[in-house]
Design a protein around this ligand. Structure first.
Ligand SMILES: [Zn+2]
Length: 250
């Protein structure tokens, strides 16, 4: 990629490395929107009411640890950021503002990624020559399956980590933030309500309501709505409950 080559050439020549915003060109953003189904790659909320931000998985202009302190190299120099990945597809994501920007909460905790990119080991890349042979804490939406790391409370919409990495991701991104839990709870109530109406329509033979509820559930099963991982857990749970209820009736 020409722009990447230019950045690396500037770095080799010890000139200032200036990362432009080509990564957020409307064509690139539209492509990311398509790839991630118009949802935040981290929290899975639909971005219908906000434009969404092009997010760099590995931060491009500077790197901080989980506590938001600058990461420094062995000589004490601040990490320049993974500038050589600023325009690489595999480093670009679509994100909501709350996941993307670091923010101090009422209780003093930090939520949102910002330039934070903690690792699970000390092996950190500082230059293009180092490659990216690292063990990041942050789950990579291109590579990692989040399912083993998170467990959703199907009554409250809260989330907890099944693994240490899951717990760290919840803290880092604020996946347990109030607004998000509230949105998850709304979805839980919607889908639970749909199952009740579906069961009632089955018993009463109300074909119109039955079809309506099936259409709604199909849209959520397809993963095009918010919270795909939670939806999968919830629908599995509700299907099992429905099956048990019908067995009891039969
Ligand atoms: Zn988000």
């Amino acid at each position: 990629m020409i722009k990447t080559d230019e950045l690396i050439a500037a770095w080799r020549a010890r000139l200032p490395v200036v990362v432009g915003d080509h990564y957020s060109h409307k064509v690139a953003k539209a492509e990311l929107w398509k790839i991630f189904g118009g949802k935040c790659s981290y929290c899975e909320i639909r971005l219908a009411s906000q434009p969404g931000e092009v997010e760099h998985y590995r931060p491009k202009k500077g790197v901080r640890d989980a506590s938001n302190r600058h990461v420094v190299d062995p000589d004490g120099k601040r990490h320049p950021g993974y500038f050589w990945l600023a325009y690489e597809w595999f480093n670009l994501l679509l994100s909501c503002a709350a996941c993307n920007r670091v923010k101090l909460t009422k209780d003093g905790a930090k939520h949102g990624k910002g330039e934070r990119f903690p690792l699970e080991t000390d092996a950190r890349s500082f230059t293009p020559e180092d490659g990216v042979d690292e063990e990041p804490t942050l789950l990579n939406p291109w590579l990692d399956d989040p399912a083993p790391h998170f467990e959703f409370d199907l009554n409250t919409g809260n989330v907890r980590g099944r693994t240490d990495r899951g717990r760290k991701n919840i803290d880092l991104l604020g996946l347990d933030r109030e607004a998000l839990v509230g949105e998850r709870l709304k979805l839980i109530q919607l889908l639970k309500g749909a199952y009740v109406m579906l069961a009632t329509a089955t018993v009463t033979g109300d074909r119109k309501t039955y079809d309506e509820m099936e259409r709604l559930l199909d849209a959520h099963r397809a993963g095009t709505e918010s919270f795909t991982a939670l939806t999968a857990d919830l629908i599995r749970d509700l299907d099992a409950k429905m099956l048990r209820a019908f067995h009891r009736v039969a």
